[in-house]
Ligand binder design. Structure first.
Ligand SMILES: Cc1cc2nc3c(=O)[nH]c(=O)nc-3n(C[C@H](O)[C@H](O)[C@H](O)COP(=O)(O)OP(=O)(O)OC[C@H]3O[C@@H](n4cnc5c(N)ncnc54)[C@H](O)[C@@H]3O)c2cc1C
Length: 370
């Protein structure tokens, strides 16, 4: 049992002060932490992966608001729960892609507790990161990465480094990347806004750093700019089980069409394939002006996956197959997500998909839909 101080913050200012008043620690794992829903932090503390000397409970702060701004943007409080976000009328009507991604994740019980800010900062589900008994560059830079030659099914195929092959586990963040959300934070040096593309990091030689947040910064809210992508969006998630599992590959796809039926705008982000939600601006740009056909989708997938590399592969013993299967899986997932987006089918998972796919294709969705 690791002893820690517990402080329940009464205001944002109080939370920041309590964090900065905590005694200095040399180990990253022991740094003081904010706790929102606690669904990830408490697990990591129980596993001995994180051992903060002080926990500042921010769960009571008034950061739960969801509202529309004058320019049509959506304000999402950092402490609004994932459930309250997914079922909010503005999200259902204007950001259905976000709703689909949230509802593809975790379970209803966890979504009732998990917050938007915490979702952005959840840690990787790499089994070696979770095993405090083995080295891990993400836990302790320079200690090693047994994941690179170990069980690789969950690992990255894009943007990894010799130091780290872990993937970002969030579903919600994949949609937020495609929707160009902006993360608003406050900290000792004041407030700032971080475009979503700059919020999460690739591992490089500092895989311990998941984001560009400065030490002690608190996420207050997100802003989602208005868009015209509501009619043609889909969040497709492929996983080991049909529910309650993290993505092997996921795709957030959203399109708008011009009067000739060609693609006017395109947004695409992938989950489960990299250390951060993976967005490819070249592929999005290439789609503009194309006809929405199967050949277009396949060519787009090839652009996104041109630099994909499997982890492990022949170097591994047969009992530890690598993740080469993820490359063709991702290709089919991109094609299928774009097909579903074009057809206005918002997801391949859960009740929404059952209704939509059942109505339009006379078949139930499965985790093997593509
Ligand atoms: C069994 C299980 C299955 C799951 N399945 C999925 C899934 O399929 N898809 C998916 O996307 N997610 C899944 N999750 C993850 C879940 O979505 C996250 O645990 C949750 O979103 C984290 O939110 P929280 O409020 O509980 O964060 P916490 O656990 O409270 O915090 C997580 C981290 O964020 C920091 N933090 C929290 N809020 C703020 C803030 N406002 N400012 C600064 N720092 C902050 C904390 O210090 C901590 O480091 C699963 C979780 C569990 C336990």
């Amino acid at each position: 049992m690791n002893r820690f101080d517990y402080h329940r913050a009464s205001s944002t200012q109080d939370a920041l002060q309590a964090l900065h008043a905590a005694p200095l620690q040399s180990l990253e794992a022991q740094l003081p932490r904010f706790m929102a829903g606690g669904t990830n932090l408490v697990d990591l503390m129980k596993e001995g992966v994180m051992a903060p000397k002080r926990v500042i409970d921010i769960g009571q702060l008034p950061l739960t608001e969801i509202r529309e701004l004058d320019d049509g943007s959506l304000w999402l409080g950092a402490l609004a729960t994932n459930a309250d976000t997914a079922y909010h009328p503005l999200v259902i009507e204007r950001f259905p892609l976000l709703r689909s991604a949230i509802l593809a994740g975790a379970s209803p019980q966890i979504r009732n507790r998990a917050t938007n800010g915490g979702n952005l900062l959840q840690r990787t589900r790499c089994v070696y990161f979770y095993d405090a008994g083995v080295p891990c560059n993400k836990r302790l830079p320079g200690s090693g990465c047994p994941a690179a030659t170990g069980l690789a099914r969950q690992h990255a195929i894009l943007g990894s480094s010799p130091s780290c092959v872990a993937t970002h586990p969030s579903d919600m963040c994949v949609a937020l990347a495609a929707l160009e959300a902006v993360v608003h934070v406050t900290g000792p040096n004041g407030d700032r806004a971080i475009p979503f593309a700059d919020f999460h990091r690739l591992p490089g030689n500092r895989p311990d750093l998941d984001t560009t947040l400065a030490p002690g910064e608190l996420i207050t809210h997100l802003v989602l700019p208005p868009n015209e992508l509501q009619a043609h969006g889909c969040y497709l998630k492929l996983r080991e089980r049909a529910s309650y599992a993290f993505a092997l590959v996921s795709v957030a796809a959203a399109l708008s069409l011009d009067d000739d039926g060609r693609i006017a705008q395109a947004r695409l982000a992938l989950g489960g394939v990299a250390h951060k939600p993976w967005r490819d601006l070249d592929a999005e740009q290439w789609l503009i002006g194309q006809a929405p056909t199967a050949d277009t989708w396949r060519e787009c997938a090839a652009i996104i996956l041109k630099d994909a590399v499997a982890t492990g592969g022949p170097a591994l013993p047969e009992s530890l197959p690598g993740n080469a299967f993820k490359i063709p899986l991702a290709e089919r997932a991109i094609v299928r997500a774009l097909e579903l987006a074009l057809a206005g089918i918002p997801t391949n998972t859960g009740e929404d998909a059952f209704r939509a796919l059942g109505a339009q294709e006379d078949r139930a969705p499965t985790s093997e839909s593509p």
